[in-house]
Design a protein around this ligand. Structure first.
Ligand code: HEM
Ligand code: NFK
Length: 283
């Protein structure tokens, strides 16, 4: 190799006038033209702010795609392939949580220079984030109100509100496998958030006290705990980023800010899987 320069092999494709290229396959023309800073004069750090959110939304799109597949596989009693989907989601979550460190390079002084330009817009209006919460079982019809001006987002959330979550489907699969569960749980109103159920906790107690005989369920339970754990880590890193960037200021979306986000840490998707830890080995 001369001059630290790599020769292009003659067979390398060069003419894409009639062929699909990298950029056309990936829709890069649209993707890379979708950053529209609103600050005037344009603030250098607004690009970071926009791209951090856009990449998060892209990953959330994939999480939703995978969660829908996980739900379908649970409905078909295919626990093993459902867990494959959850394994992928866990990696995406780690990547999303890691990504907070990039935004943490935005100082409070820098953010204050363009925060006013964001108006009333806020992550609170992320319909994909809300869709993920719904698919995991934390339903809240009130959250849909902010999408009144976005019929497509509203329709998606209304649809998910009326459908079972992945946790509902896991519970129904357990029932089909012969585990005893309260009828109230199996026929619950799926438009409401899942709340703690004693019969489910007793099933998990049996599983956790006899892992060898219930191995697939035991493994699936631990995968779900990982998923919730990762979700809470994302929420916590968001809270920490908010505290270091805007302190105790109110949010642009109208909430009290850090206090409101702190209360999200008390929400739980799979309460029985945490409660069972207190019970194991206790008589
Ligand atoms: C400097 C960076 C950020 C600040 C200061 C911030 C601040 C806030 C605040 C104060 C809220 C509460 C709602 C409100 O009144 O506005 C909120 C909600 C939210 N933000 Fe952010 N945020 C930041 C970055 C992000 C990023 C990068 C995402 C990724 C998509 C995000 C997603 C969300 C979501 C999903 C909510 C709703 C949370 C819930 O309902 O519990 N935020 N944010
Ligand atoms: N709620 C933030 C603003 C904010 O972070 C934001 C603004 C527009 C689009 C997404 C955002 N991200 C998370 O809330 C604030 O109060 O500063």
């Amino acid at each position: 190799m001369d001059k630290n320069t790599r020769d292009l092999e003659p067979e390398i494709e060069r003419d894409f006038s009639q062929k699909m290229s990298y950029g056309s396959y990936l829709g890069l023309e649209d993707l890379l033209a979708a950053q529209h800073p609103v600050s005037k004069p344009e603030h250098h750090d607004e690009m970071l702010f926009i791209i951090q959110h856009q990449t998060s939304e892209l990953w959330l799109k994939l999480v939703l795609h995978e969660l829908r597949a996980v739900r379908a596989r649970l409905m078909a009693d295919d626990l093993r392939t459902a867990m494959k989907g959850i394994a992928r989601i866990k990696h995406i979550q780690r990547s999303l949580t890691e990504q907070w460190s990039v935004l943490a390079t935005l100082t409070p002084s820098e953010y204050a220079e363009f925060r006013g330009d964001l108006g009333a817009s806020s992550g609170f209006q992320s319909y994909q984030y809300r869709a993920v919460e719904f698919l995991l079982g934390n339903k809240n019809a009130g959250m849909i109100e902010v999408f009144a001006a976005d019929p497509q987002a509203q329709a998606l959330l209304e649809e998910l509100l009326g459908q079972t979550s992945i946790y509902d489907e896991f519970i129904r699969a357990l029932h089909r496998m012969g585990y005893t569960l309260a009828p109230d749980l199996l026929e619950r109103d799926v438009t409401q958030a899942h709340v703690f159920d004693e019969s489910l906790m007793q099933v998990f107690r049996h599983v956790y006290e006899n892992p060898a005989e219930n191995w697939d369920i035991y493994e699936a339970c631990e995968e779900l705990v990982d998923l919730e754990d990762n979700f809470q880590l994302w929420r916590f890193r968001h809270l920490l980023t908010v505290q270091r960037t805007i302190g105790m200021k109110r949010g642009t979306g109208g909430s009290s800010g850090a206090g409101f986000l702190k209360r999200a840490l008390d929400l739980t998707f799979f309460p029985e899987l945490y409660a069972v830890r207190t019970e194991i080995g206790q008589r």
